[in-house]
Design a protein around this ligand. Structure first.
Ligand code: FES
Length: 107
């Protein structure tokens, strides 16, 4: 991800399409867990406390504040004990259409 690039722009550059709606950081459709690294929050959806926790981000408008290197961590329990709509441990999407596992983005 380039310094002036949103996470969505970086994903699109990599050929990855994810569910989007407002693309302005207000609806929460693109809410995604942060597995590592530090996001630069530019949304109006998360509370200041949720942004400070740095465990989730809105991909459509937020960026990376830190570089990420090395293999991704194994998926485990999500912050706050939240589970995905489908029960998977990959993400915590609230609708089946947004689930990263069901959409094929993550296995
Ligand atoms: Fe609405 Fe990202 S698409 S917050």
């Amino acid at each position: 991800m380039l310094p002036d690039q949103t996470a969505l722009e970086a994903l699109h550059a990599g050929g990855i399409d994810i569910p989007m709606s407002c693309e302005q950081g207000v609806c929460g459709t693109c809410l995604t867990p942060v597995l590592r690294g530090e996001p630069e929050h530019r949304d109006q959806y998360l509370t200041p406390e949720e942004q400070a926790a740095n465990d989730q981000m809105l991909l459509c408008c937020s960026r990376a504040r830190s570089a990420i290197a090395g293999p991704p961590p194994r998926h485990g329990a999500r912050p706050g004990g939240r589970r995905c709509w489908c029960g998977c441990s990959v993400c915590w999407r609230e609708k089946a259409s947004n689930c990263f596992r069901l959409s094929g983005l993550v296995r």
